[in-house]
Design a protein around this ligand. Sequence first.
Ligand code: BV8
Ligand code: ZN
Length: 247
Amino acid sequence: MADIVQAAKLLGDARRVVVFTGAGISAESGVPTFRDALTGLWERFDAQSLATPQAFQDQPDLVWGWYEWRRHRVSTVSPNPGHRAVAAIESRVPSTVVITQNVDDLHERAGSRDPVHLHGSLFAPRCSGCGEAVALPPATAEPDAGRRVQPPACVRCHGLVRPGVVWFGEALPEAALEAAARAASACDVLLTVGTSGMVYPAAEIPRIAARAGAAVIQVNPHATPMDSVALVNLRGSAGRILPELVT
Ligand code: BV8
Ligand code: ZN
């Protein structure tokens, strides 16, 4: 119990806060994380092999079908108390910067003003040829697991439309990474929630904050490589712990 009191005090006293999130914060909304049901539902493939430019080049319909399934899933779920607690932190400390690795829109729907999406978004598809942003109709009814869906063609250059996410082997958006590193190096407290801390360079963000002297608080039901970086490790789910941090 002492840890949560210490974490709430650190957060309450902080003037400059960064919240860094991963798939775990959306788990209680029903969005599977990378390392469990998501691949379970697509047990034939692991996310890491599908989330690559090569996979899209080789099997655009399989990759596009996977992302349409995920876009549909996100559109059918709601933000959970964890997302809402993050928005409450922003209301209390308006300079708070929310940095997410997630490609869902649950932070925005919970009221977060302008989260930094390090790995893009399911809702920002673009042409793989000319880069043109593409407006999509709402995702089709949930395809059965593994249904192949042909990606649409760009009206301008007839290139294949691709998901607006950062795949493994692709560079992160420079502006997003710079904004995230700048915020992490200048904050008093960095709250890292629901990430296994295994994917780089995003996983550097909490380390940048710790090196700059910030207090890192981790919320995760399991141990992660961030344990050694965190000043306070709160073992538990985001939906239960975060609201306790902001009361
Ligand atoms: C790049 C979008 C170079 C797509 C994703 C060193 C330096 C730089 C790169 C590398 C490096 N070493 C290796 C690399 C390559 C690679 C990498 O990091 N590989 C890993 C596997 C070792 N990195 C890259 O390829 C990156 N690009 O470096 O480019 C470059 C430079 C210039 C020019 C060209 C190239 C790009 C990486 C981005 C990949 N895209 N997502 C999509 O979504 O489909 S990554 C994806 O997985 C997520 O976005 C996230 O970032 C990552 C990890 O997922 P998590 O969010 O942590 O989720 P996970 O399932 O792992 O864990 C969930 C956690 O939640 C668990 O800890 C669990 O305990 C917890 N949890 C569960 N329930 C709850 C909970 N917590 C709280 N409450 C709950 N209820
Ligand atoms: Zn195009």
